[in-house]
Design a protein around this ligand. Structure first.
Ligand SMILES: [Zn+2]
Length: 319
């Protein structure tokens, strides 16, 4: 049973917004496109797993994209599966080319089109995830289920090798998920949790989830004003819908919407991150001139206000 389904994470949506609005001639355009491609490839790798997960027979609960606060740092897991006697972590890698696991240097080397680049050791990553999850379970009095991690290579064309093959024993293709999980579960005989307890653990973990927010503009030193302003058409993705009496119309494909401004405000809040937005940001982003209309638009949303009249700043309330 999946109770936290796949969804394109907010920070990827925000990077997509920037990619859609950054002019082609901008010096950061290529970097943003490349970063977005990598994040989307990772997400697609995870999203493709659901078919393979549907073959699991033992009672279980699946949670996707869980980001939890460890003792010192946040840690993120692509997929965790709660069973009555263990928790399985699946860390998905969607990387093309040839991969060499060099555990002695805590690196994975990827060679693609004659170029080699290094990734941090995936084994080290899943070891830390397991330790942090075990610690968090203990801290929140959720029991002491053993945690078993796997690295899932989502791209079937990836070539994998290592000078010490035993390190590859928990590196598996998506098709082997069901059989490898059952093999691992068989080594743990005692059932520790009932179904109701399992559901409770899942609920607590979902409540502890904290969505990752990234201030991409700051990270890439891009000015908000470098972005193309205007509302984005949900049908053809072109920027620059035109306001009329009943709503907004795309000047390109003539798609009409009277709700697109909600998405646009969401985009604006995410772009501006924790700095909040001011009336002028709304007018620029929506390409409107009237201060009153801008205020009405933003105040219809669940917002927190700071300051008064001219200097008022809005922050989105997370519900
Ligand atoms: Zn359109």
């Amino acid at each position: 049973m999946i109770i936290k389904p796949q969804a394109l994470p907010c920070h990827i949506q925000t990077l997509q917004t920037i990619a859609d609005r950054l002019p082609h001639y901008h010096p950061k355009f290529e970097d943003i496109q490349k970063h977005l491609r990598n994040l989307i490839a990772g997400y697609k790798g995870e999203a493709g797993l659901d078919y393979n997960l549907s073959f699991i027979r033992a009672p279980h609960i699946i949670l996707h994209n869980l980001r939890l606060k460890g003792q010192n740092h946040h840690f993120q897991m692509d997929t965790i599966i709660l069973f009555q006697n263990a928790i399985i972590i699946l860390e998905t890698k969607n990387i093309s080319g040839s991969l060499q696991f060099k555990t002695d240097f805590q690196q994975v080397l990827r060679t693609l089109n004659g170029q080699t680049e290094a990734f941090k050791d995936f084994h080290l990553q899943i070891k830390r995830q397991s330790e942090q999850l075990t610690e968090l379970m203990k801290r929140n009095k959720l029991g002491t289920l053993p945690v078993i991690p796997f690295i899932v290579m989502a791209n079937s064309r990836t070539i994998i090798h290592s000078e010490t093959p035993h390190v590859l024993r928990n590196v598996i293709p998506p098709e082997a998920i069901e059989s490898e999980i059952h093999k691992a579960l068989q080594t743990i005989q005692t059932k520790k949790l009932g179904q109701a307890q399992l559901k409770k653990v899942a609920d607590v973990l979902i409540n502890l989830h904290e969505e990752l927010e990234v201030d991409w503009l700051r990270k890439y030193s891009i000015d908000f004003s470098d972005l193309q302003m205007g509302l984005q058409c949900p049908a053809c993705r072109k920027i620059g819908m035109v306001k009329n009496r009943r709503g907004w119309t795309c000047s390109d494909c003539h798609h009409f919407s009277n709700t697109v401004h909600h998405d646009a405000l969401d985009q604006l809040f995410r772009l501006k991150g924790d700095t909040g937005i001011v009336n002028q940001d709304v007018r620029l982003f929506f390409r409107i001139t009237d201060e009153q209309s801008a205020r009405r638009l933003v105040e219809k949303m669940a917002v927190r206000k700071e300051g008064t009249t001219k200097g008022v700043k809005y922050f989105k309330l997370t519900l």
